[in-house]
Design a protein around this ligand. Sequence first.
Ligand code: HEC
Ligand code: HEC
Length: 350
Amino acid sequence: MKQKKTGTLLCLGVTAMLFQYCAKTDATVSSATNTTSTVTTPQLPATNFNYGNFALPAHIAAALPAADNTPANNPITNDGATLGRVLFYDKKLSKNNTISCGSCHRQDLSFSDSAIKSKGFLGGITDRHSMPLLNVRFYRSGKMFWDERAATLEEQVLQPIQNTTEMGLTMTEALSKISVQSYYPALFQKAFGTAEINENRVARALAQFVRSIVTTQSKYDQVKQGLASFTADERDGETLFLTAGNIPCAGCHAPPMFLTSNPTAGFALADPADLGINNQGRFKSSSLRNIANTPPYFHNGSVNSLQAMLNSNIPAHGVAAQDRQKLLAFLQTLTDAAITTDLKYADPFQ
Ligand code: HEC
Ligand code: HEC
Protein backbone atom coordinates (compact mmCIF):
# COMPACT_ATOMS: atom_id res chain seq x y z
CA MET A 1 0.00 0.00 0.00
CA LYS A 2 2.69 2.40 1.05
CA GLN A 3 4.71 1.77 -2.11
CA LYS A 4 1.73 2.46 -4.31
CA LYS A 5 0.99 5.71 -2.50
CA THR A 6 4.54 6.94 -3.01
CA GLY A 7 4.30 6.21 -6.72
CA THR A 8 0.95 7.95 -7.02
CA LEU A 9 2.14 11.04 -5.20
CA LEU A 10 5.15 11.22 -7.46
CA CYS A 11 2.94 11.01 -10.52
CA LEU A 12 0.59 13.71 -9.24
CA GLY A 13 3.32 16.10 -8.26
CA VAL A 14 5.09 16.58 -11.53
CA THR A 15 4.90 17.39 -15.21
CA ALA A 16 2.91 15.86 -18.04
CA MET A 17 6.02 14.12 -19.30
CA LEU A 18 6.43 12.23 -16.09
CA PHE A 19 2.71 11.45 -16.08
CA GLN A 20 3.19 9.49 -19.23
CA TYR A 21 6.20 7.82 -17.76
CA CYS A 22 4.33 6.74 -14.65
CA ALA A 23 1.42 5.44 -16.70
CA LYS A 24 3.87 3.33 -18.65
CA THR A 25 5.51 2.04 -15.50
CA ASP A 26 2.15 1.10 -14.03
CA ALA A 27 1.24 -0.86 -17.16
CA THR A 28 4.50 -2.77 -16.89
CA VAL A 29 3.84 -3.58 -13.26
CA SER A 30 0.33 -4.87 -13.81
CA SER A 31 1.25 -7.00 -16.80
CA ALA A 32 4.02 -8.57 -14.73
CA THR A 33 1.58 -9.18 -11.87
CA ASN A 34 -0.92 -10.80 -14.22
CA THR A 35 1.56 -13.36 -15.45
CA THR A 36 0.12 -16.60 -14.13
CA SER A 37 2.69 -19.17 -15.23
CA THR A 38 6.37 -18.54 -14.74
CA VAL A 39 8.59 -20.58 -17.01
CA THR A 40 11.32 -22.62 -15.41
CA THR A 41 13.89 -22.40 -18.19
CA PRO A 42 15.12 -19.06 -19.49
CA GLN A 43 13.78 -17.84 -22.83
CA LEU A 44 16.81 -16.47 -24.67
CA PRO A 45 17.09 -15.04 -28.19
CA ALA A 46 18.75 -17.17 -30.91
CA THR A 47 21.32 -14.42 -31.38
CA ASN A 48 22.63 -12.73 -28.24
CA PHE A 49 21.70 -9.20 -27.38
CA ASN A 50 24.58 -6.77 -27.59
CA TYR A 51 25.87 -5.99 -24.10
CA GLY A 52 29.51 -5.15 -24.51
CA ASN A 53 30.03 -3.47 -27.78
CA PHE A 54 27.52 -0.74 -28.52
CA ALA A 55 28.43 2.84 -29.30
CA LEU A 56 27.90 5.21 -26.39
CA PRO A 57 26.95 8.83 -27.18
CA ALA A 58 30.09 10.99 -27.32
CA HIS A 59 29.44 12.84 -24.03
CA ILE A 60 29.28 9.49 -22.20
CA ALA A 61 32.04 7.73 -24.16
CA ALA A 62 34.35 10.63 -23.27
CA ALA A 63 33.82 10.03 -19.53
CA LEU A 64 34.13 6.24 -19.56
CA PRO A 65 37.93 5.71 -19.64
CA ALA A 66 38.55 7.78 -16.49
CA ALA A 67 35.57 6.29 -14.64
CA ASP A 68 35.42 2.65 -15.71
CA ASN A 69 35.86 -0.02 -13.01
CA THR A 70 35.86 -2.96 -15.45
CA PRO A 71 38.85 -5.15 -14.51
CA ALA A 72 41.20 -6.30 -17.29
CA ASN A 73 40.29 -9.93 -16.59
CA ASN A 74 36.54 -9.44 -16.86
CA PRO A 75 35.51 -7.41 -19.90
CA ILE A 76 31.81 -7.53 -20.83
CA THR A 77 31.12 -10.15 -23.49
CA ASN A 78 27.71 -10.89 -24.92
CA ASP A 79 27.88 -14.54 -23.78
CA GLY A 80 29.12 -13.58 -20.32
CA ALA A 81 26.41 -10.95 -19.78
CA THR A 82 23.74 -13.33 -21.14
CA LEU A 83 24.75 -15.89 -18.50
CA GLY A 84 24.78 -13.05 -15.96
CA ARG A 85 21.25 -12.08 -16.96
CA VAL A 86 20.01 -15.63 -16.35
CA LEU A 87 21.75 -15.82 -12.96
CA PHE A 88 20.41 -12.36 -12.02
CA TYR A 89 16.80 -13.46 -12.51
CA ASP A 90 17.12 -17.09 -11.34
CA LYS A 91 15.19 -17.63 -8.11
CA LYS A 92 17.05 -20.90 -7.62
CA LEU A 93 19.87 -18.75 -6.30
CA SER A 94 17.80 -18.37 -3.12
CA LYS A 95 17.32 -21.04 -0.47
CA ASN A 96 13.60 -21.58 -1.12
CA ASN A 97 13.50 -20.54 -4.81
CA THR A 98 11.47 -17.39 -4.08
CA ILE A 99 13.91 -14.52 -4.61
CA SER A 100 16.30 -13.45 -7.32
CA CYS A 101 18.52 -10.39 -7.61
CA GLY A 102 15.74 -8.97 -9.77
CA SER A 103 13.25 -9.15 -6.88
CA CYS A 104 14.98 -6.27 -5.06
CA HIS A 105 16.50 -4.67 -8.17
CA ARG A 106 13.39 -4.43 -10.38
CA GLN A 107 13.85 -3.45 -13.99
CA ASP A 108 10.63 -1.38 -14.03
CA LEU A 109 12.06 0.60 -11.11
CA SER A 110 15.49 1.15 -12.69
CA PHE A 111 16.86 -1.92 -10.87
CA SER A 112 15.88 -0.55 -7.48
CA ASP A 113 12.97 -1.29 -5.13
CA SER A 114 9.99 0.86 -4.15
CA ALA A 115 9.98 -0.65 -0.65
CA ILE A 116 11.87 1.36 1.98
CA LYS A 117 13.68 -1.86 2.85
CA SER A 118 13.38 -5.01 0.76
CA LYS A 119 12.07 -8.45 1.70
CA GLY A 120 14.41 -11.41 1.62
CA PHE A 121 13.67 -15.09 0.99
CA LEU A 122 11.93 -15.66 4.33
CA GLY A 123 10.28 -12.23 4.47
CA GLY A 124 13.10 -10.75 6.56
CA ILE A 125 13.93 -7.10 5.93
CA THR A 126 17.22 -5.80 4.55
CA ASP A 127 19.30 -3.41 6.66
CA ARG A 128 19.23 -0.64 4.07
CA HIS A 129 17.26 0.57 1.06
CA SER A 130 18.00 -1.25 -2.22
CA MET A 131 20.30 0.63 -4.60
CA PRO A 132 19.48 1.30 -8.26
CA LEU A 133 21.92 -0.68 -10.45
CA LEU A 134 22.49 1.86 -13.21
CA ASN A 135 25.85 2.95 -14.60
CA VAL A 136 27.63 1.00 -11.87
CA ARG A 137 30.66 0.58 -14.13
CA PHE A 138 31.26 4.36 -13.95
CA TYR A 139 32.07 4.25 -10.20
CA ARG A 140 35.84 4.48 -10.53
CA SER A 141 36.88 2.98 -7.20
CA GLY A 142 34.61 0.01 -7.84
CA LYS A 143 33.58 -0.07 -4.16
CA MET A 144 30.05 -1.32 -3.71
CA PHE A 145 27.19 -0.93 -1.18
CA TRP A 146 26.09 2.27 0.55
CA ASP A 147 29.04 1.82 2.94
CA GLU A 148 31.46 0.68 0.20
CA ARG A 149 32.25 -2.52 2.13
CA ALA A 150 32.73 -4.60 -1.06
CA ALA A 151 36.00 -3.74 -2.81
CA THR A 152 34.80 -4.69 -6.29
CA LEU A 153 31.62 -5.55 -8.15
CA GLU A 154 32.91 -9.12 -8.64
CA GLU A 155 33.18 -9.41 -4.84
CA GLN A 156 29.80 -7.74 -4.23
CA VAL A 157 27.64 -9.94 -6.48
CA LEU A 158 28.33 -13.10 -4.45
CA GLN A 159 27.27 -11.53 -1.16
CA PRO A 160 23.47 -11.33 -1.59
CA ILE A 161 23.43 -15.06 -2.43
CA GLN A 162 25.09 -15.80 0.92
CA ASN A 163 23.32 -13.12 2.93
CA THR A 164 21.12 -14.78 5.57
CA THR A 165 18.29 -12.27 5.06
CA GLU A 166 18.47 -11.88 1.29
CA MET A 167 18.96 -15.26 -0.46
CA GLY A 168 20.21 -17.56 2.32
CA LEU A 169 22.53 -20.04 0.57
CA THR A 170 26.12 -21.03 1.18
CA MET A 171 28.29 -20.71 -1.92
CA THR A 172 28.60 -24.50 -2.04
CA GLU A 173 24.81 -24.85 -2.01
CA ALA A 174 24.44 -22.17 -4.67
CA LEU A 175 26.96 -23.84 -6.97
CA SER A 176 25.30 -27.23 -6.63
CA LYS A 177 21.85 -25.75 -7.29
CA ILE A 178 23.20 -24.01 -10.40
CA SER A 179 24.94 -27.22 -11.54
CA VAL A 180 21.75 -29.30 -11.60
CA GLN A 181 19.81 -26.92 -13.87
CA SER A 182 19.77 -28.23 -17.43
CA TYR A 183 20.32 -24.82 -19.02
CA TYR A 184 23.54 -23.77 -17.29
CA PRO A 185 26.31 -25.99 -18.74
CA ALA A 186 25.80 -24.60 -22.27
CA LEU A 187 25.66 -21.03 -20.97
CA PHE A 188 28.91 -21.45 -19.00
CA GLN A 189 30.49 -23.16 -22.01
CA LYS A 190 29.68 -20.19 -24.24
CA ALA A 191 30.70 -17.61 -21.68
CA PHE A 192 33.95 -19.17 -20.49
CA GLY A 193 34.97 -21.84 -23.01
CA THR A 194 34.21 -24.87 -20.82
CA ALA A 195 31.08 -25.99 -18.97
CA GLU A 196 32.77 -25.83 -15.56
CA ILE A 197 30.65 -24.00 -12.98
CA ASN A 198 32.54 -22.26 -10.18
CA GLU A 199 32.33 -19.28 -7.85
CA ASN A 200 34.68 -17.11 -9.89
CA ARG A 201 32.66 -17.62 -13.07
CA VAL A 202 29.35 -16.90 -11.34
CA ALA A 203 30.84 -13.67 -9.98
CA ARG A 204 32.28 -12.63 -13.32
CA ALA A 205 29.07 -13.29 -15.27
CA LEU A 206 26.86 -11.45 -12.77
CA ALA A 207 29.29 -8.52 -12.74
CA GLN A 208 29.31 -8.37 -16.54
CA PHE A 209 25.53 -8.17 -16.66
CA VAL A 210 25.34 -5.46 -13.99
CA ARG A 211 28.10 -3.43 -15.70
CA SER A 212 26.25 -3.61 -18.99
CA ILE A 213 23.32 -1.61 -17.59
CA VAL A 214 24.10 1.89 -18.83
CA THR A 215 21.52 4.62 -19.48
CA THR A 216 21.96 6.61 -22.69
CA GLN A 217 18.45 7.56 -23.78
CA SER A 218 17.26 10.27 -21.42
CA LYS A 219 16.19 13.75 -22.49
CA TYR A 220 19.49 14.94 -20.98
CA ASP A 221 21.35 12.71 -23.46
CA GLN A 222 19.29 14.01 -26.36
CA VAL A 223 20.08 17.59 -25.37
CA LYS A 224 23.79 16.83 -25.09
CA GLN A 225 23.68 15.38 -28.61
CA GLY A 226 21.85 18.39 -30.00
CA LEU A 227 18.68 16.35 -30.63
CA ALA A 228 16.41 18.19 -28.16
CA SER A 229 16.44 21.34 -26.05
CA PHE A 230 15.86 21.98 -22.38
CA THR A 231 12.91 24.06 -21.25
CA ALA A 232 13.86 27.27 -19.43
CA ASP A 233 13.35 25.59 -16.03
CA GLU A 234 15.40 22.54 -17.02
CA ARG A 235 18.25 24.73 -18.25
CA ASP A 236 18.22 26.87 -15.11
CA GLY A 237 18.08 23.68 -13.07
CA GLU A 238 21.18 22.36 -14.80
CA THR A 239 23.04 25.59 -14.04
CA LEU A 240 22.02 25.39 -10.39
CA PHE A 241 23.06 21.73 -10.26
CA LEU A 242 26.49 22.52 -11.72
CA THR A 243 27.26 25.78 -9.92
CA ALA A 244 25.06 26.73 -6.95
CA GLY A 245 26.24 26.62 -3.35
CA ASN A 246 29.61 26.00 -1.65
CA ILE A 247 29.71 22.50 -3.00
CA PRO A 248 27.38 22.21 -5.99
CA CYS A 249 25.32 19.06 -6.46
CA ALA A 250 27.70 18.14 -9.31
CA GLY A 251 30.67 18.03 -6.91
CA CYS A 252 29.23 14.82 -5.48
CA HIS A 253 26.97 13.68 -8.35
CA ALA A 254 29.23 14.29 -11.35
CA PRO A 255 27.89 14.42 -14.90
CA PRO A 256 27.52 12.77 -17.32
CA MET A 257 26.47 9.74 -15.21
CA PHE A 258 25.77 11.84 -12.09
CA LEU A 259 28.06 9.55 -10.17
CA THR A 260 31.59 9.77 -8.76
CA SER A 261 33.68 7.76 -6.34
CA ASN A 262 35.69 10.90 -5.67
CA PRO A 263 33.18 13.42 -4.26
CA THR A 264 34.22 16.93 -3.25
CA ALA A 265 33.10 16.21 0.33
CA GLY A 266 31.61 13.39 2.34
CA PHE A 267 27.93 13.41 3.12
CA ALA A 268 25.37 11.31 4.95
CA LEU A 269 21.80 11.80 5.88
CA ALA A 270 22.19 11.98 9.67
CA ASP A 271 21.31 8.53 11.01
CA PRO A 272 22.33 7.38 14.49
CA ALA A 273 21.49 3.79 13.55
CA ASP A 274 23.88 3.63 10.60
CA LEU A 275 27.32 5.22 10.36
CA GLY A 276 28.15 4.05 6.86
CA ILE A 277 31.64 4.04 5.35
CA ASN A 278 34.26 3.11 8.00
CA ASN A 279 31.80 4.33 10.67
CA GLN A 280 32.61 7.86 9.55
CA GLY A 281 29.05 8.96 8.93
CA ARG A 282 29.54 8.91 5.18
CA PHE A 283 27.78 7.03 2.38
CA LYS A 284 28.17 6.60 -1.33
CA SER A 285 25.46 7.66 -3.71
CA SER A 286 24.61 5.65 -6.79
CA SER A 287 24.00 7.27 -10.18
CA LEU A 288 21.31 9.98 -10.10
CA ARG A 289 20.18 8.93 -13.57
CA ASN A 290 16.54 7.74 -13.54
CA ILE A 291 16.28 9.24 -10.06
CA ALA A 292 12.61 10.21 -10.65
CA ASN A 293 11.86 6.48 -11.03
CA THR A 294 13.52 5.26 -7.82
CA PRO A 295 11.77 6.60 -4.71
CA PRO A 296 12.21 6.32 -1.80
CA TYR A 297 15.66 7.88 -1.41
CA PHE A 298 18.84 7.70 0.69
CA HIS A 299 20.47 4.73 2.39
CA ASN A 300 17.54 4.28 4.77
CA GLY A 301 14.81 5.09 2.25
CA SER A 302 13.55 7.81 4.57
CA VAL A 303 12.83 10.52 1.96
CA ASN A 304 9.86 9.57 -0.17
CA SER A 305 10.06 12.03 -3.05
CA LEU A 306 12.48 14.38 -4.79
CA GLN A 307 10.16 17.26 -3.94
CA ALA A 308 10.34 16.32 -0.25
CA MET A 309 14.15 16.20 -0.45
CA LEU A 310 14.43 19.63 -2.05
CA ASN A 311 11.90 21.07 0.45
CA SER A 312 13.73 19.59 3.44
CA ASN A 313 16.55 20.96 5.56
CA ILE A 314 18.86 18.04 4.76
CA PRO A 315 22.33 19.61 4.35
CA ALA A 316 23.30 20.12 0.68
CA HIS A 317 19.94 18.69 -0.41
CA GLY A 318 17.30 21.12 0.82
CA VAL A 319 17.38 24.16 -1.49
CA ALA A 320 15.87 27.67 -1.57
CA ALA A 321 12.20 27.79 -2.52
CA GLN A 322 12.82 29.56 -5.82
CA ASP A 323 15.27 26.83 -6.95
CA ARG A 324 13.17 23.76 -6.20
CA GLN A 325 11.01 23.58 -9.30
CA LYS A 326 14.02 24.17 -11.54
CA LEU A 327 16.17 21.49 -9.94
CA LEU A 328 13.27 19.07 -10.02
CA ALA A 329 12.69 19.79 -13.72
CA PHE A 330 16.37 19.16 -14.44
CA LEU A 331 16.50 15.93 -12.40
CA GLN A 332 13.51 14.64 -14.38
CA THR A 333 15.47 15.01 -17.64
CA LEU A 334 17.81 12.26 -16.40
CA THR A 335 15.19 9.53 -16.86
CA ASP A 336 15.85 6.91 -19.53
CA ALA A 337 12.49 5.13 -19.66
CA ALA A 338 13.66 2.67 -22.34
CA ILE A 339 15.95 0.83 -19.95
CA THR A 340 12.99 -0.07 -17.73
CA THR A 341 11.53 -2.28 -20.48
CA ASP A 342 14.51 -3.15 -22.71
CA LEU A 343 14.32 -6.92 -23.32
CA LYS A 344 18.05 -7.45 -23.00
CA TYR A 345 17.81 -6.52 -19.32
CA ALA A 346 14.47 -8.24 -18.72
CA ASP A 347 13.62 -11.39 -16.76
CA PRO A 348 14.17 -14.32 -19.16
CA PHE A 349 12.06 -16.64 -16.97
CA GLN A 350 8.78 -14.91 -18.00
C1 HEC B 1 16.51 -9.03 -0.61
C2 HEC B 1 16.85 -7.90 -1.47
C3 HEC B 1 18.07 -7.98 -2.34
C4 HEC B 1 18.48 -9.02 -3.15
C5 HEC B 1 17.83 -10.38 -3.31
C6 HEC B 1 19.65 -8.55 -3.83
N1 HEC B 1 19.94 -7.28 -3.46
FE1 HEC B 1 21.45 -6.13 -4.20
N2 HEC B 1 21.07 -4.74 -2.78
C7 HEC B 1 20.04 -4.78 -1.87
C8 HEC B 1 20.25 -3.77 -0.86
C9 HEC B 1 19.33 -3.50 0.33
C10 HEC B 1 21.47 -3.10 -1.18
C11 HEC B 1 22.17 -2.04 -0.34
C12 HEC B 1 22.80 -2.82 0.85
C13 HEC B 1 23.85 -2.08 1.64
O1 HEC B 1 24.40 -1.10 1.16
O2 HEC B 1 24.14 -2.51 2.77
C14 HEC B 1 21.94 -3.73 -2.41
C15 HEC B 1 23.10 -3.34 -3.09
C16 HEC B 1 23.55 -3.92 -4.27
C17 HEC B 1 24.65 -3.45 -5.06
C18 HEC B 1 25.54 -2.24 -4.77
C19 HEC B 1 25.34 -1.14 -5.78
C20 HEC B 1 26.23 0.04 -5.55
O3 HEC B 1 26.17 0.97 -6.37
O4 HEC B 1 27.02 0.07 -4.59
C21 HEC B 1 24.78 -4.31 -6.13
C22 HEC B 1 25.80 -4.23 -7.26
C23 HEC B 1 23.77 -5.32 -5.98
N3 HEC B 1 23.01 -5.05 -4.84
C24 HEC B 1 23.61 -6.40 -6.83
C25 HEC B 1 22.84 -7.52 -6.51
C26 HEC B 1 22.94 -8.80 -7.18
C27 HEC B 1 23.86 -9.12 -8.34
C28 HEC B 1 22.05 -9.63 -6.56
C29 HEC B 1 21.81 -11.11 -6.81
C30 HEC B 1 22.98 -11.99 -6.69
C31 HEC B 1 21.38 -8.85 -5.52
N4 HEC B 1 21.91 -7.59 -5.51
C32 HEC B 1 20.37 -9.34 -4.72
C33 HEC B 1 18.99 -5.66 -1.90
C34 HEC B 1 19.02 -6.89 -2.54
C1 HEC C 1 28.76 16.76 -0.35
C2 HEC C 1 28.30 15.82 -1.36
C3 HEC C 1 26.90 15.99 -1.91
C4 HEC C 1 26.30 17.13 -2.41
C5 HEC C 1 26.85 18.54 -2.47
C6 HEC C 1 24.99 16.73 -2.86
N1 HEC C 1 24.82 15.39 -2.67
FE1 HEC C 1 23.16 14.35 -3.12
N2 HEC C 1 23.91 12.74 -2.10
C7 HEC C 1 25.20 12.63 -1.61
C8 HEC C 1 25.34 11.35 -0.94
C9 HEC C 1 26.62 10.82 -0.30
C10 HEC C 1 24.09 10.71 -1.00
C11 HEC C 1 23.67 9.40 -0.33
C12 HEC C 1 23.63 9.71 1.16
C13 HEC C 1 22.86 8.73 2.04
O1 HEC C 1 22.06 7.96 1.55
O2 HEC C 1 23.09 8.80 3.27
C14 HEC C 1 23.23 11.60 -1.76
C15 HEC C 1 21.91 11.33 -2.11
C16 HEC C 1 21.19 12.06 -3.04
C17 HEC C 1 19.94 11.63 -3.61
C18 HEC C 1 19.25 10.30 -3.31
C19 HEC C 1 19.93 9.22 -4.11
C20 HEC C 1 19.33 7.85 -3.92
O3 HEC C 1 19.59 6.97 -4.78
O4 HEC C 1 18.64 7.59 -2.93
C21 HEC C 1 19.54 12.61 -4.48
C22 HEC C 1 18.29 12.61 -5.34
C23 HEC C 1 20.52 13.66 -4.43
N3 HEC C 1 21.51 13.28 -3.55
C24 HEC C 1 20.47 14.84 -5.15
C25 HEC C 1 21.29 15.93 -4.89
C26 HEC C 1 21.06 17.27 -5.37
C27 HEC C 1 19.90 17.70 -6.29
C28 HEC C 1 22.04 18.07 -4.86
C29 HEC C 1 22.22 19.56 -4.99
C30 HEC C 1 21.07 20.37 -4.56
C31 HEC C 1 22.92 17.18 -4.08
N4 HEC C 1 22.41 15.92 -4.13
C32 HEC C 1 24.05 17.60 -3.42
C33 HEC C 1 26.18 13.58 -1.72
C34 HEC C 1 25.95 14.91 -2.08
